[in-house]
Structures are given as C-alpha cells and as structure tokens.
Design a protein around this ligand. Structure first.
Ligand code: ZN
Length: 518
C-alpha cells in the first residue's frame, strides 16, 4: 500500500496512469511486474492514540525516522533501521541519490502515539521531502562519515580506537551512526594512526628483532610493522605496494635505536598518505559511503581486498563500480584496526543504529581474555555483555546485532561470513538462558556451538541421552569431537532430570540465521 501526497495536478496524472496505464506496470528496472488492486483518493486525519487504543499494522511497513519518533510500538521490538536511496539527484549514470532513513516494522506490530490515519483507518507514514541538503550545510567544520554498513562501521570503530589511544574523548565525535571529526583533528589522523600501529613498544621491538634474525640485511621495518598489519585488507595500496620508493627506502634499515627506526617508518607512512590523496580521478558522482563529498576514485581491492578482490565473485551485489571520496577511502584503511584479529581470522560486531555501542561491543571483543573455544567464546562474551545492558535496550540490541567474520584463505582471497541472532533466538536467550542446567556447565560451549551453527538441539539431546542410556557401550568413547563430549556428559549424568526440558524449550524458540556473502 503506497500513499502519495501531491498537488491536485500530479495526483490526477498518477491516478489516470495507474487506472489506464499506457504501458505494462513494473517496479525498479522492469524485473518486478505490478498488479494494481485499487486506486483511491483518501482523506487523512491526525489522531493521538493512547497505549490502550493501538492500531495493528496490516502490512509490513517502512516508517521514516522522523515519523517514528512520534509513535510507539508494542510487541515486536523497535524495528530495524535502513537507509534507502530516495530520489535521484540526476538521472544519467552513475546516478546519485538522496537518502532517507526508515525503520522496518513487521505486520501485526501494534503502534500508538501521534498517527496519521486514512479514512479506512490505515496508518500513513509520509516521508519528508528530501532532507539531505540540510545536513550538508551544517557540516562545515567537521569531516563526516556515515556508518551505514558494516564495512564503514568497522572503519569508524578503527578510527575511534585510534582516537581513544590518543586520549581523545571519543563520545563527542559520535552521533547515532555518524562519525564527525573536527577538521583540525582530521589533519592529525594519519599521524595518530601510525602512533596506534606502533603503540606497543615491547612487541614492536620483538617483531623487529625476530625479523632481523630471519632476514638479516634484507630486513624492512616498514614491512614488519605496517605492511603486516594492513596487507590482509588492503593489498597493493599506497600503504602496502612494495614498489613505492618510501617503502623500498627502508630496506636494510636496522638500528639499536628503536625511536630512530620508528621515526623513519612513520615518515614513510605519512608519505604513503600523501600519495593516497594525490591519486585522484575526475568523477561527477557523489561518494557512495558518505553521500556527501565528491567521489575521486572507485573502490577496488586496494581499499578493501576481501570484498573487492574479484569483481567476478561479487557481481551480484556490486553492479556498478562504487564511487568513493578521498576521505572515505582513507577511512577504510582503519577497518584493519576495527576488526578483532586472531589467527588469520577477523571478527567484527555491528549494530546498525548505534556506532558508539558498536564501538563498545568491539572493545569487549578485544579486551576479553582468550578462551579455549576462541570464536564461540568471543561471540558469547558479546551476548553476555548485551544481556547486562538495561533490559529494554538489551532486547533491542540482541535482535539487531550482526557478526561479520572474515577468514583469510589466500594472499588476496577471503571468505566473508555474516550472521545475526534471529529475533526468536534473541527472545529464547533472554528468557531461558538462566535455566541452563547447572550440571551440564562442562558442555556449555558445545551447546553454544549448536545454537550458533543452527544445529538442532534435539540432536544435542539425543546424544546426551544416548550417553546416559548406553553408559556401558560408550565406556571406551574417546573425547575430542563435540559429539563425543556431549555423549560423555550424558554418561556422567546420575539421573534424568526435568531440567533437560531446557533444550526442548530452547529449540522451540530459536532459529539462528546464517548466510554466506562471498
Ligand atoms: Zn565519502
């Protein structure tokens, strides 16, 4: 159901175009045929509904952000925030758009508050005419970035880590999903980044010594300290390409004086930064990432290898080259700092609506000590952190949290996985986790593995009971696999307790959604 508010003249044109179309109606580029069920002029009226007189949504709905602030919902959470391209600013390719933020609500959600209803009692969510221009004019003294996707969010988190390391009060640079950096601070950012990369003097010293031992006169401290940190995400870039003079120059540089070496590495890094800004293309489009500044390049493997290394493999979701401005291009280099890195894998936690909370979650990742089941432990530490937030917030966050995992499988190839906790699983966790059987703490991480990978808890229970019932036949069972650990735990149960119902209840309420992007 689409409501359109317009001048009488335009409404007449739309009405006759829909009632007596001159061509086949379709949506988008022609791939979605449209069947019009009814065209009707409706009068709308404003109404304030109390919590007792809610309206249930008849359809899934997109509610513009400004509008949503005036209404409340009950039942199915706070909705999920999306950014949509809204109107073309120009119609020739590459197109640039205005953008609008809207919350997606599911059919059946009860809403109340300040509503606009049509004469058939359907709620009407009119978007404001484009608001984009407004944002621009107030941004004079700031360089703004928009964490509208996990990639940009990971870069923003990287910047926040760097600023934190420089003892900046980071909260004042974040507004919902926007990172705004004062111009003066922006100028210093490359220097602060290299300080961050070299901050741990002890480990810097150790790496240099190791490298010297292995390579002797072939040592290149830049490669040891910078390239090693950036190459997985940014191959062949001004910061990593071995043919650049400022990198080659450091070959063989080794000295007992650590500060002297670091100073040279720093100089080279700053030269790489200047080089990055010196390479520009003349493009007419606006940057895809900030929706604001003039694009100067297209995104490629240089800026973010795992995603853009092979345009063949990502065809389906990157149809056109993605235009990017110089500021956003530099920002993407902070993604390496935003992700948590461990043994060739990178993990990032993303909450679409809240950059500051996204930052805090990722700090939980990097500060919690290593746990045996590395990845599961990490994911679980996040879930535990979320459960400790105030109740209402935690329900919302649990449903809107995304995990992005990048697994390096070659020099320039990586698998990218993303998964999120489904609303049902979030609910199950909130409601049931306290009832996890105390006598089965030993296989808690196996339980997590099951829900994390979406395996059936009935199977989990079956293994547990097999171990219990067939104690003797399993007496030689070797440990090691997840399955055998569960059966072992069953063997050591003394009796079957009612608390095993936990697994059945949990299964009833949960499904974890996991999909592969690349
Ligand atoms: Zn940009």
């Amino acid at each position: 159901m689409i409501h359109i508010k317009a001048s009488e003249e335009l409404l007449n044109e739309i009405e006759s175009g829909l009632k007596e179309p001159k061509e086949l109606l379709f949506l988008s580029g022609g791939e979605y045929p449209v069947k019009v069920e009814e065209v009707k002029r409706v009068k709308c009226f404003e109404k304030r509904l109390s919590e007792e007189e809610t309206v249930a949504l008849n359809y899934n709905a997109y509610i513009p952000k400004e509008f949503k602030e005036k209404i409340s919902s009950s039942g199915t959470g706070e909705g999920v925030l999306f950014s949509f391209s809204y109107f073309y600013k120009n119609s020739q390719k590459p197109k640039t758009y205005s953008w609008v933020d809207a919350y997606y609500f599911q059919k059946g959600t009860e809403i109340y508050g300040f509503l606009i209803l049509d004469e058939d009692n359907n709620p009407v969510f009119l978007a404001e005419p484009t608001t984009e221009e407004l944002k621009k004019s107030e941004g004079e003294e700031y360089v703004r970035f928009y964490a509208g996707n996990w990639l940009m969010a990971s870069a923003c988190v990287g910047v926040l880590k760097v600023l934190e390391n420089a003892r900046e009060d980071i909260e004042k640079y974040v507004e919902e999903r926007t990172l705004k950096i004062p111009k003066g601070l922006w100028e210093k950012l490359p220097e602060l980044y290299v300080d961050y990369l070299l901050k741990d003097k002890e480990s810097v010293k150790r790496s240099l010594e190791d490298s010297y031992r292995q390579r002797g006169a072939d040592i290149n401290p830049y490669n040891t300290l910078i390239y090693s940190r950036l190459r997985d995400f940014h191959s062949n870039s001004p910061f990593t390409n071995q043919s650049h003079e400022y990198i080659k120059r450091l070959k063989g540089v080794y000295s007992e004086n650590l500060e002297e070496v670091l100073e040279k590495v720093k100089e080279s890094f700053l030269e790489a930064y200047r080089k990055l800004f010196a390479i520009t293309k003349e493009l007419s489009s606006t940057c895809f990432f900030c929706h604001e500044r003039q694009a100067r390049n297209y995104v490629d493997a240089t800026t973010f290898t795992p995603l853009f290394a092979s345009l063949e493999t990502v065809r389906n979701f990157i149809w056109d080259p993605i235009p990017i401005c110089k500021e956003c291009e530099f920002l993407l280099y902070f993604a390496s700092a935003g992700f948590y890195r461990s043994a060739g894998k990178y993990l990032f936690v993303y909450i679409p609506d809240d950059l500051l909370e996204t930052y805090r979650m990722n700090m939980v990742l990097s500060t919690k000590e290593e746990i045996e089941e590395e990845k599961l432990g990490k994911v679980w530490s996040i879930v535990k952190y979320v459960l400790d937030l105030e109740k209402q917030k935690s329900s919302w966050v649990l449903q809107n949290i995304y995990f992005v995992e990048i697994e390096m499988v070659g020099d320039a190839t990586a698998n990218i996985y993303s998964f999120h906790i489904s609303p049902n699983l979030a609910k199950a966790i909130r409601k049931l986790i306290d009832h996890y059987p105390k006598n089965l703490q030993d296989i808690f991480s196996e339980f997590l593995f099951y829900i994390y990978t979406g395996r059936s808890l009935y199977e989990f229970l079956f293994l547990l009971l097999s171990g219990f019932i067939r104690k003797d036949s399993y007496k030689n069972l070797q440990g090691g696999t997840i399955e055998s650990k569960i059966a072992q735990a069953g063997r050591s149960m003394k009796y079957i307790s009612q608390n095993l119902l936990f697994f059945i209840n949990f299964q009833g309420g949960c499904q974890l959604f996991r999909f592969m992007i690349v």
